[in-house]
Design a binder for this molecule. Structure first.
Ligand code: SF4
Length: 322
């Protein structure tokens, strides 16, 4: 008989915060990722998906999702065996993806086992696991996949968002309180649960340098929260406006900031396009035309010079012939 046990999908929701967050961070980055159909570069792509912290986060999220789905079955006299046990699910996904996933899975399995031991006596009723919610923000839809929705003994409902980190810090309570993703979840949960909604909790999991765990109620950010629907609406309207103007991705506003262009996981994947022009591409197609680029000197005079005189770009990129 076929194995019909379930592995829960923990990926992004269909129209989530990531899109708007990227636009607010850098409109050009958003345009390359979501509007440049000829490039086929929908985010996220490339090596970022193999970054160790992200892979660890994904595997640990999966382990927790399988665990809490089984807990919910126990609590409702259901069938916990509908779901693969956490470790089995993590190993199946890691083997299917290979690479960093396969090399990181052992450590992640140990981490979730340590988590289960740490919270062996938690007294929470599991309501929902990794379910997508949808809201309307000034006429624009926004969705969010909530990691875990629980109810405490008093009947209050809390959203628990799992956050994996290499280093636990009390500052994370404030750090995440300004996150658009958290505001999205808070709005969606408040709409769904009304008076019963008790708030957002960050479920922090330190996966390196020893396993550590902490849970915080988020610091309040009432001004941001109240203005959140307007922020979404204005961002969506700006996207429609730039699109209607027929701008190419390279013509959308650029952040031009080391904080945006070099985020905490490395360089923005569109860095070469922004530094050198839209004709820069990664890929194997070779040109016979000479490599050159336009350089504007301090006098304002423009010259075309061989690209080998520049320090960039990487060997995977090449210029167009100008
Ligand atoms: S490199 Fe910087 S300016 Fe260019 S898309 Fe990325 S974040 Fe925006």
């Amino acid at each position: 008989m076929a194995d019909e046990r379930l592995i829960i999908f923990t990926g992004p929701s269909p129209r989530g915060w990531h899109r708007i967050g990227m636009f607010l961070e850098c409109p050009s980055k958003y345009a390359w990722a979501y509007e440049a159909k000829e490039e086929g570069t929908r985010a996220p792509t490339g090596p970022l998906q193999e970054a160790v912290p992200l892979v660890r986060g994904s595997l640990i999220h999966l382990g927790l999702a399988q665990h809490y789905a089984q807990v919910r079955e126990y609590q409702n006299d259901g069938d916990p065996d509908r779901y693969y046990p956490p470790e089995d699910a993590m190993r199946i996904v890691a083997e299917a993806k290979g690479g960093t996933w396969a090399s990181e899975v052992d450590e992640c399995v140990q981490c979730v086992h340590a988590y289960f031991d740490h919270y062996a006596n938690e007294d929470l009723k599991v309501l929902r696991v990794e379910e997508a919610y949808k809201g309307d923000f000034g006429g624009f839809p926004l969705t969010g996949r909530l990691d875990l929705v629980v109810e405490d003994r008093s009947g209050k409902v809390f959203v628990m968002d799992h956050k994996t980190t290499g280093f636990l810090s009390a500052k994370q309570r404030t750090y995440y309180s300004v996150s658009g993703q958290m505001h999205t979840y808070r709005w969606l949960a408040a709409k769904e649960y009304g008076e019963r909604f008790g708030g957002m909790r960050v479920n922090l999991i330190q996966h390196t340098n020893g396993f550590k765990f902490a849970r915080y109620d988020l610091d309040p950010a009432p001004h941001m929260f109240t203005n959140f629907p307007r922020i979404i609406k204005e961002a969506e309207e700006a996207i429609l406006r730039y699109r209607a103007e027929g701008r190419k991705p390279s013509e959308w506003p650029m952040a031009v900031s080391e904080l945006a262009c070099f985020h905490r996981y490395g360089a923005c994947e569109f860095l070469d396009k922004c530094k050198w022009g839209a004709c820069w591409r990664s890929g194997a197609r070779r040109r016979k035309t000479p490599r050159c680029a336009t350089w504007t000197g301090s006098t304002g005079r423009q010259r075309r010079i061989p690209v080998t005189r520049y320090f960039g770009p990487s060997t995977r990129s090449r210029p167009c012939a100008m």
